[in-house]
Design a protein around this ligand. Structure first.
Ligand code: G3I
Length: 475
């Protein structure tokens, strides 16, 4: 029992520390107000960046806004494979160097975009069919490019857009098709060797909605990388939004990724029609997450945007500030309000052993499907028996599925299930010192049906009675 209390306490301390860190990080912003995006972001230790095209640096309007407002730059196209290595072994860093030189002359930092991407990939790469050849070509490209820019890049988009839309799986690409799932991990390891000081990001679009399959796929990958020590430091959320702006649960997404121990960055923000409210809300989302390191918009003036006709940026075609600009500046200066705490666990996990049965709370067949009903099974330490308690009293398995009472039922005898964590009271549990686990929504105890002890016995909620089939200990 003593051990269980320690585990629970650790979870709460971690959450409290995060909350304090978030508040402290925001303190200076209350006292100071700056008049440009970069300076205002810097007050809270963040950056505000833009994509830059080398060919536009000679345009006075463009460059004057760039150097006045932005302290982070992403090369819009100049560090992509088709420019950098148009034929095998022939490297062209001229356009990228031009942008880096500009950044260095104006005190701006750089994000590196991007080493491994199926887009803007020359056909000599996409036509490779032999795994050894492609592995060598990919690693040589990463090593040569990152080494060339070593010491000049704050963060690299090591792998870009590798997941398929509407799916938890990788998209088809020459890298995926020829090298298999391991290509992402290999790319990150190669990048780390080339420049151990640069932050290494995975970057993608349509991963802002926590309920999207693609978001869950990327989340699982990052969680796995962190668990296995694969080098990853940050996740880039491109944030190409429609006119309504961010999905309502983007704050939850950012909090959950940050809780994995990575920085989060908004890397290519643009919003159709650039509503001031929508822009302000996105900035607030970042401000409310301590590990949101900064925001990059994907271009300066509307005329610089890849989204022709959508006017999605902060400056109009003439370089004048739009209403959205003011909303962004204001939001960057506002004190952070505590955003949603992570809905997934950062605390230690372990088995929950039934005191009466000696067997563990178990998801049958390691199912990850919402609605899978729980049982007891021999304790085996596998992932389908690893439960951790979040600061908001959820018991979480697989990092994002919660112990859940179906349909918020309050009836004794209702079998419990797993369901995607959503913060409901039917997913909150009071784990008591006497070993009982009480549903916050139902007021009933987690119970092994009929005081059974066999593998496969169902687990339900039942009126608390203090019996051994309602007591649980940590393995
Ligand atoms: O420079 C050539 C020009 O010489 C040629 O005549 C002309 C013909 O169309 O093309 C010009 O190249 C264009 C290039 O941008 C530079 O302007 C390409 O066609 C055009 O496809 C390319 O578009 C870029 C796009 O990525 C391609 O994938 C956009 O500028 C760039 O903003 C966009 O950025 C991507 C991010 O890297 C990843 N996330 C999505 C984002 C938006 O698509």
């Amino acid at each position: 029992m003593k051990r269980k209390r320690r585990v629970l306490a650790l979870g709460s301390i971690g959450a409290a520390a995060l909350a304090v860190a978030a508040v402290v990080a925001g303190l200076p912003s209350i006292a100071q107000a700056a008049s440009t995006l970069g300076a205002q972001a810097a007050v809270s230790g963040r950056y505000f960046g833009t994509a830059v095209a080398a060919g536009k640096l000679g345009n006075a309007t463009y460059s004057s806004i760039l150097d006045r407002e932005f302290n982070m730059i992403t090369a819009e196209n100049e560090m992509k494979w088709d420019t950098v290595e148009p034929s095998r072994g022939n490297f062209n860093f001229g356009p990228g160097d031009q942008i880096v030189a500009h950044a260095q002359a104006h005190g701006q930092r750089m994000r590196g975009h991007t080493t491994v991407w199926h887009g803007q990939l020359p056909s000599w790469v996409s036509s490779i069919t032999d795994a050894n050849t492609l592995r060598s070509v990919m690693n040589n490209h990463i090593t040569t490019e990152i080494t060339h820019f070593k010491g000049k890049i704050y963060a690299w988009d090591v792998v870009n857009e590798a997941f398929a839309d509407g799916s938890t799986q990788h998209r088809g690409s020459v890298f995926q098709n020829v090298l298999g799932n391991g290509f992402i991990e290999e790319a990150f390891r190669t990048a780390r060797s080339a420049d151990p000081a640069a932050k290494l990001c995975y970057n993608d679009y349509n991963i802002e909605d926590w309920n999207a399959a693609k978001t869950q796929g990327v989340y699982s990958m990052v969680r796995d990388f962190k668990a296995r020590g694969v080098p990853i430091d940050c996740v880039g959320f491109q944030s190409h939004f429609g006119s309504g702006g961010q999905p309502g649960n983007f704050p939850t997404t950012l909090a959950n990724f940050a809780a994995l121990g990575v920085d989060v960055q908004l890397t290519e923000l643009d919003i159709a029609q650039a509503s001031a409210t929508a822009y302000g809300n996105v900035v607030k989302t970042c401000m409310n997450v301590a590990r949101c390191a900064g925001i990059t918009v994907w271009g300066i003036r509307d005329s610089d945007s890849w989204r022709t006709g959508e006017n999605p940026l902060l400056f109009d075609n003439n370089g004048n500030k739009k209403a959205a600009y003011n909303a962004v500046l204001t939001a960057l200066g506002a004190a952070p309000s505590p955003g949603p705490s992570s809905t997934v666990s950062t605390g230690p996990s372990g088995g929950l052993r039934g005191v009466g049965s000696g067997r563990c709370l178990d998801v049958p067949s390691s199912s990850q499907t919402d609605g899978a009903l729980l049982q007891i099974w021999d304790c085996n330490g596998a992932a389908n028996q690893q439960w951790s308690l979040t600061a908001s009293n959820q018991l979480v398995v697989y990092g994002n599925k919660c112990l859940d009472v179906p349909g918020r039922a309050t009836t004794a005898g209702t079998r419990v299930e797993i369901w995607t964590c959503n913060g409901g009271t039917n997913q909150q549990w009071r784990v008591n010192a006497d070993g009982t686990v009480v549903g916050v929504g139902s007021g009933l105890c987690l119970d092994v049906t009929g005081a059974g002890t066999g593998n496969g016995t169902a687990v339900e909620i039942w009126t608390c009675n203090g019996a051994a089939n309602q007591k649980w200990s940590r393995t």
